[in-house]
Design a protein around this ligand. Structure first.
Ligand code: TNX
Length: 483
């Protein structure tokens, strides 16, 4: 059985396979989250098997029956903990919450295979739970725009590998990608530009909320990022009041970083931050909003500190918790702030100090988890500043010891990123994500003791046909025998 990420415990059982037929029924209790999941599960089973699988309501105390794919919530389990039991006559997925059920269903999906014109799963008992609560993928929709159709494909892929946070980089020098009702010029003037003069685009409030709901139904939370105080040319192009001259800047379609900035002393700056983060928080059901904070190369530390504090205050005033890139650890931040490690070239001392002072760390090391890096010198797409990242590089690293001296328990998660300076289409994006996203997902889910490269390489080899069946582009890494 080729499960990725590797579960904590897998016990194969004797017996004939469970076969999906027109009599297979997904059963759920009346909890709306379970009903929604039941419908998705039935749709997925119908799609793979060609039989119409229906959903049936089941009393909480009612025993499961032959033919059932039963979804059960057991409050004695932790939220993301799940159990999957495939027997010859029924399937039971038990979890601590609907989120946990999405993981059990993802595992069920991986154990199903084609059999005699339908789909079947061999009897198995799985017990499982993630190592980290935050298992993310950050997608840069600012350099090139990826719309809701593309991101729904990304969400499906994330859910298949039990990733639960979609971090969207919604603004940068080249474009602004989310409508902000209090600041309409952001998308009106900066929504349609992109790198190289390629077509841009942006999310209306309604499109964005629909995407957030789509992700949520699949166990994926969206964390929006508005990058300040650098990476702001799109904002300066839309609102001249944010520049010292009062004049809007020109559109920027190159791929340099570090040149644009907000100004702490301009009277328009703080109201801008309040309005933008307030409106972003209003379309964010989750707890977190990302303020960026990276690569501000033209500012003294003191002004940078003031702007990071202003952005953080705006996020907290809107009722959300703050996430920022590694650089924010060089200035005072509130305890509990989530700091995202990325630049393996930078002195890690401020990060370690911030963690000791109560910051929570999200690990996105450029040399391992930056999936916009080329696989090797021959890769047509991607960048190389953090080196080449072959599949094995993306797999073989340990989040807690990568940076020496981190206090126990300070790492809350792992996040892959994909920046899109060179990526224009969903195929481009997928070619960089697959197979490496599966590797980072296993680093995020499976504890170190159970991770093994050779074993992973054997398991992931079974996923190529699944990606092909889904029509996803992928890179056939020579490190795996894809047969
Ligand atoms: C660094 S990662 C950046 C991005 C680039 C990326 C390209 C980070 C916080 N900043 O602006 O797109 O490298 O790999």
């Amino acid at each position: 059985m080729r499960l990725v990420p590797a579960p904590l415990l897998v016990r194969e059982q004797a017996g004939d396979p469970f076969v999906v037929t027109a009599r297979t029924t997904v059963t759920v209790t009346a909890d709306p989250a379970q009903v929604a999941l039941g419908v998705l599960a039935a749709e997925a089973l119908s799609r793979v098997s060609g039989s119409t699988v229906e959903v049936r309501y089941r009393e909480v105390a009612e025993p499961t029956q032959p033919g059932d794919v039963a979804l059960l919530v057991d409050p004695t389990l932790r939220a993301e903990q799940y159990r999957l039991d495939v027997a010859t006559d029924r399937v039971e997925v038990v979890a601590g919450s609907p989120e946990g059920l999405t993981h059990g269903l993802a595992t069920l999906h991986q154990v199903l295979r084609p059999l005699d014109g339908t789909f079947a799963a061999w009897p198995v008992h799985v017990e499982d739970e993630p190592a980290y609560a935050w298992r993310g993928l950050s997608v840069d929709v600012a350099r090139h725009f990826f719309g809701a159709d593309d991101l729904r494909v990304v969400v499906e892929l994330m859910a298949a590998y039990k990733l639960n946070v979609l971090h969207l980089h919604l603004s940068d020098d080249q474009g602004w990608r989310l409508a902000i009702p209090s600041r309409p010029e952001l998308t009106a003037r900066s929504g349609n530009s992109a790198v190289d003069g390629d077509p841009g685009g942006f999310f209306t409030t309604e499109e964005y909320e629909a995407l957030v709901a789509y992700a949520s139904a699949r166990g994926v939370r969206v964390v929006p990022e508005i990058d300040v105080p650098g990476h702001v040319n799109a904002a300066l192009h839309a609102y001249g009041e944010l520049t010292p001259s009062g004049e809007p800047t020109d559109v920027y379609t190159g791929i340099e970083v570090g040149f644009s900035r907000l100004h702490a002393d301009l009277p328009a700056t703080e109201p801008f931050l309040r309005d933008v983060f307030g409106d972003v928080a209003a379309v964010t059901p989750g707890d977190y909003v990302h303020i960026g904070g990276d690569e501000v190369l033209t500012m003294e530390r003191e002004e940078y500190a003031r702007l990071v504090a202003m952005a953080g205050d705006a996020v907290r005033a809107a009722g959300k918790q703050v996430v920022g890139w590694q650089e924010i650890a060089t200035v005072p931040i509130e305890p509990g702030t989530v700091v995202q490690y990325w630049d393996t070239r930078m002195d890690p001392a401020p990060l370690v100090a911030a963690a000791k002072a109560g910051a929570r760390l999200l690990m996105s090391p450029g040399s391992k988890a930056y999936l916009d890096m080329k696989y090797d010198a021959q890769t047509a797409l991607g960048l190389e500043w953090a080196g080449h990242i072959e599949l094995r590089d993306a797999y073989e690293w340990e989040p807690t010891t990568l940076v020496p001296g981190l206090p126990e328990g300070s790492v809350i998660g792992v996040e892959a990123t994909v920046w899109t300076e060179t990526l224009r289409s969903l195929d481009d994006l997928m070619t960089m994500l697959l197979p490496r996203l599966a590797a980072v997902a296993e680093v995020a889910w499976t504890p170190r003791e159970r991770r093994d490269w050779d074993d992973f390489a054997t398991r992931v080899a079974g996923h190529g046909p699944y990606w092909d069946a889904e029509g996803l582009a992928w890179y056939p890494s020579p490190q795996v025998d894809w047969h």
